[in-house]
Design a protein around this ligand. Structure first.
Ligand code: SF4
Ligand code: SF4
Length: 292
């Protein structure tokens, strides 16, 4: 039997506890890198991998950034105060604060927290860009007696084919998928890619019984899920009734560029969208909790 080498992931952040990234209490692993370029992104520094240009080295007030002998920018976590000056100056939607984790190193992190959580969620960026790591990590969790109680979830933009979901299906418990617009032209404008594969992912995951949550984004006057509500209702009606529908109201937190000039989605606006959907779908619809 061939034993595949241990995989490694580029991790931007680990959150030891979250109750909004899937069911129960969850440890969330945010991976660096995304294949969408959303105008409304709340974490634009997670989109690209660092190109080691060095622009952030000198502005760091804590001397936590330096060059190694190969000219690569390295981050000294122990000296970092998390002031985020480096993220502010980076022109490439990236961050130097990335850590590499092998599967066994990540399993150790999970073991230290396993008493307090009901599962783990791998998020991003776009988590599935590092799918071989995710598969090996989930396989390790499922085969470890002390971690077997943990559920394994992925938070995804859905831009991948059904055959890829089938590759991870044997160790997958659930997926949250974001749908940001219905018309492919609007989706192309908003995220830089069409939404054909996103909608296919929603349908494929529902068929596999692994679609936990469908997230619908409402940006008043910009996204089109409210004006295309008949199509959204038809999609939701085709899904199992256990699937949770979560409404996301666009806010300005973390956003950069032109999206800062867009109107935020008010509670009144999201309630209007909710009312349009709720009368025709069976699924539970979760409203946002925070408006900034
Ligand atoms: S967040 Fe960035 S700029 Fe601030 S101390 Fe850490 S490495 Fe330096
Ligand atoms: S994080 Fe950004 S500014 Fe810093 S070295 Fe990487 S690409 Fe350059």
């Amino acid at each position: 039997m061939t034993i595949s080498p241990e995989k490694q992931a580029k991790v931007s952040r680990i959150l030891n506890f979250s109750c909004v990234d899937g069911p129960g209490n969850r440890l969330v692993i945010f991976l660096q890198g995304c294949n969408f370029n959303c105008l409304n992104c709340h974490n634009p520094h997670t989109i690209n991998h660092c190109n080691h240009c060095g622009d952030c080295v000198e502005p760091c007030p804590s001397e936590a950034l330096s060059f190694n002998d190969k000219g690569k920018v390295i981050w000294d976590k122990s000296a970092c105060t998390n002031c985020d000056k480096c993220i502010e100056v980076c022109r490439y939607n990236s961050s130097p604060k990335i850590s590499l984790y092998t599967v066994s190193e990540m399993v150790d992190v999970i073991k230290r927290n396993s008493m307090f959580i009901s599962g783990i969620t791998v998020s991003g960026g776009e988590a599935t860009l590092q799918l071989p790591f995710i598969i090996q990590l989930f396989e390790s969790i499922k085969s470890d007696q002390s971690l077997k109680h943990l559920t394994c979830f992925i938070d995804s933009n859905g831009d991948l084919s059904s055959t890829v979901w089938e590759r991870v299906n044997h160790v997958l418990d659930g997926v949250m998928v974001d749908l940001k617009s219905w018309q492919k032209e609007t989706h192309q404008w908003l995220v830089g890619k069409g939404n054909h594969r996103v909608i296919e992912s929603v349908k494929s995951l529902a068929k596999l019984g692994k679609l936990y949550e469908l997230r619908l984004l409402h940006i008043p006057g910009k996204s089109d899920l409210d004006t295309e509500v008949a199509s959204i209702i038809a999609l939701v009606q085709s899904l199992p009734k256990e699937v949770l529908i979560r409404l996301n109201a666009f806010q300005h937190h973390g956003v950069v560029g032109e999206a800062l000039d867009w109107n935020k989605c008010s509670e009144k606006e999201i309630n209007r969208f909710h009312a349009l959907l709720a009368k025709d779908v069976e699924q539970k619809i979760q409203l946002p909790g925070i408006y900034t």
